[in-house]
Write a protein that binds this ligand. Structure first.
Ligand SMILES: C[C@](O)(CO)[C@H](O)COP(=O)(O)OP(=O)(O)OC[C@H]1O[C@@H](n2ccc(N)nc2=O)[C@H](O)[C@@H]1O
Ligand SMILES: Nc1ncnc2c1ncn2[C@@H]1O[C@H](COP(=O)(O)OP(=O)(O)OP(=O)(O)O)[C@@H](O)[C@H]1O
Length: 319
């Protein structure tokens, strides 16, 4: 740790994600499902600050902080430690997390914080790693973490950790229904999906992304994107959280051009064509229910980005 009076710290902003398409393939021997998914970041952000310290710690604040562990089980501190181990960094960091992304909501909030911690510590420790170089550590922390390093719109394959960018020009307007009750556990939702499929005698094929969504994203035609939204976990999330059927129906009746449960749920994402339509739908949903928090966001947005850095420049600095 430096001896100067100036604190050394880096703050990274990171968004949540929704899955515009989530095709769930067979259960693998390692306990994961083979996926074909289209990830899409939306502008709801957590902020992760890493400050040089003699010991590891994490503090969580913000609108959605409740229920997020302030100890070594937090995925962000696991990420910082994994990076230090891999690159032989001695010393530790104090992490501060300002949470706004829903917790256990299917928007990958914990994964986002892990990606942000990797980017913040990379800058703090001057490792100068590229996002691609951070990817293997990210994948070891969780299937969604590599995507949050990059953001934007991307196809995920394997267990979700193998990424290919998707050409998506322009922006999409989203209204999010966020449950104000405890969320859903991701492994439980996958298990429910397997159970429902077994009960219905479904033969599970290798997952393939639909060409329709990728074509619609090229022009960002809201009707076409809305029609192509698809989530194989939606039935399982609705089975575990029956109010979601009412939420989906309410948004569609109020004029949304598409509606989908986000990832493993229970957040529901509604697609509309304009900011004005997003305001109308939020007001309508808030008035009609079911009870929940209504948020608006656009996507795609960038992944984890440094927004503030208080690291004294090195000796060669002349500016
Ligand atoms: C639902 C999604 O958010 C969609 O992007 C992800 O698939 C979940 O990603 P994540 O939360 O990063 O998940 P991980 O931490 O890697 O895995 C948690 C658990 O989810 C289940 N899981 C996750 C990913 C995957 N491809 N198949 C699975 O079956 C497994 O039970 C696993 O033990
Ligand atoms: N930094 C973190 N932020 C949120 N939750 C965390 C964090 N670290 C650990 N957790 C734990 O992980 C659980 C799931 O959190 P998260 O908000 O990432 O769920 P999710 O959005 O449904 O995940 P995903 O969409 O990736 O499946 C939480 O209930 C919490 O106990």
């Amino acid at each position: 740790m430096s001896q100067g009076a100036e604190p050394r710290g880096v703050t990274v902003r990171v968004p949540g994600k929704i899955n515009l398409e989530l095709v769930v393939g067979p259960l693998r021997e390692d306990g994961y499902h083979e996926l074909a998914t289209v990830f899409h970041t939306v502008g709801i952000y957590d902020y992760v600050t890493a400050i040089e310290s003699d010991r590891w710690s994490v503090q969580v604040s913000g609108a959605t902080a409740e229920g997020v562990p302030g100890n070594s089980t937090n995925l962000a501190i696991k990420a910082a430690k994994a990076l230090a181990r891999r690159y032989g960094v001695e010393g530790a960091v104090a992490l501060g997390i300002e949470k706004n992304i829903p917790v256990a909501g299917g928007m990958a909030g914990g994964s986002a914080d892990a990606a942000a911690a990797l980017v913040a510590c990379d800058a703090l420790w001057d490792l100068q790693l590229t996002r691609d170089e951070l990817e293997p550590i990210a994948a070891g922390l969780g299937s969604d973490v590599p995507f949050l390093l990059h953001g934007g719109t991307a196809i995920g394959s394997g267990r979700g950790e193998r990424l290919a960018p998707v050409l998506a020009r322009g922006e999409l307007h989203w209204v999010l229904w966020v449950s104000n009750k405890p969320g859903l556990s991701t492994p439980q939702v996958y298990a429910e999906c397997d159970r429902l499929r077994a009960a219905a005698g479904v033969q599970v094929a290798d997952p393939v992304p639909s060409g329709d969504l990728v074509a619609a994203l090229r022009t960002m035609d809201t009707d076409a994107v809305g029609a192509a939204l698809h989530n194989d976990l939606q039935e399982a999330a609705c089975s575990l959280y029956p109010v979601l059927d009412d939420v989906l129906e309410a948004g569609l009746e109020l004029g949304a051009q598409g509606a989908i449960v986000s990832g493993s749920g229970p957040t529901v994402a509604f697609l509309v064509g304009t900011q004005a339509a997003a305001i109308d739908l939020s007001v309508g949903l808030a008035a009609r229910g079911p009870d929940g928090d209504i948020r608006r966001a656009t996507g795609p947005v960038a992944g984890a980005q440094v927004v503030q850095s208080i690291v004294p420049p090195g000796p060669g600095f002349t500016g």
